[in-house]
Design a binder for this molecule. Structure first.
Ligand code: IPD
Ligand code: CA
Ligand code: CA
Length: 264
């Protein structure tokens, strides 16, 4: 585990928000739900969890800025630090009673992600990473998978909500990946997709049309677990590109080539 004042702040905030999410998950049929777009819902659980996270993070680090999925940007006096907060990543799973969703909090300092926490309340799995200090799942140090044969690789991907992103392009990419890999999965939480690469459950993951709160924490988890993360096009700035491709060095570079060929 990582013991630092910063990690304590992040883990405490996330665990506090998770208590509310767990309660709400137990009674999803009574939750107030509204629609942000086709198939894209936001519930009282998302909003309450975000409020808890915002209050806790602002109290602990008053000057830092915040990028919050549901309530937007809060400017801070300290322009060099920004939190990227997704209070409930995997809302579709949550509202359908599928126990695969997470809270994701990443901290950016001068353009670099320096710490991340992804917590899966349903499985009580806490993924943490801090720059230079490694990545952990509960108390276990993480390492990306060592698999190098694409034919054996398990590859996770994500798809954008209806009306957003380029679905035909994604289908070309999925077809290309399925033709050469051990299997493709769509789990439904970008933060956990990254965390699963960090801990070696998935060998690879890619997705486009994301937001910084989906990926900030997960990017540092994968990097601190020894993995490679770029944009889905192979660019060096996944956070700015809002897309990711990640895995170990060898498979990552093969995946980027496969995606490029699929779009050529
Ligand atoms: C979504 C999930 C999903 C991904 C979408 C995200 P939300 O986040 O991470 O896996 O495919 O692009 O928007 O809306 O559940 O917070
Ligand atoms: Ca999300
Ligand atoms: Ca969300």
């Amino acid at each position: 585990m990582i013991s630092s004042p910063l990690m304590t702040v992040m883990v405490d905030a996330v665990r506090k928000a998770a208590r509310g999410l767990k309660r709400d998950y137990g009674e999803i049929e009574n939750l107030q739900v509204s629609r942000k777009g086709p198939g894209n819902f936001v519930s009282a659980a998302d909003r309450k969890a975000e409020e808890v996270l915002r209050d806790a993070l602002m109290k602990a680090r008053p000057g830092y800025g915040l990028v919050l999925e549901e309530s937007g940007i809060v400017e801070g006096a300290d322009k060099s630090h920004t939190w990227h907060v997704d209070p409930l990543d995997g809302t579709t799973n949550f509202l359908h009673g599928i126990p695969h969703f997470a809270i994701s909090v990443g901290l950016e300092r001068e353009g670099q992600i320096v710490a991340g926490v992804v917590y899966d309340p349903a499985k009580d799995e806490l993924f943490v990473a801090e720059r230079g200090k490694g990545a952990y799942l509960n108390n276990r140090r993480l390492r990306v998978s060592g698999r190098t044969d694409m034919a054996d690789a398990l590859i996770a991907y994500g798809s954008p909500y209806l009306g957003r992103g380029d679905h035909p392009k994604l289908l070309r990419e999925v077809a290309a990946v399925m033709a050469v890999s051990g299997g493709a999965r769509r789990f439904g939480s970008a933060a956990l997709d990254l965390a699963y690469v960090a801990c070696g459950r998935s060998d690879l993951y890619w997705e486009r049309d994301l937001q910084t709160w989906d990926i900030a924490a997960g990017i540092i988890l994968v990097r601190e677990a020894g993995g490679f993360v770029t944009s889905a096009d192979g660019g060096a700035e996944p956070l700015a590109a809002r897309s990711v491709a990640c895995g170990n060095e060898i498979l990552h570079s093969e995946l980027v080539k496969i995606l490029r060929r699929a779009n050529a």
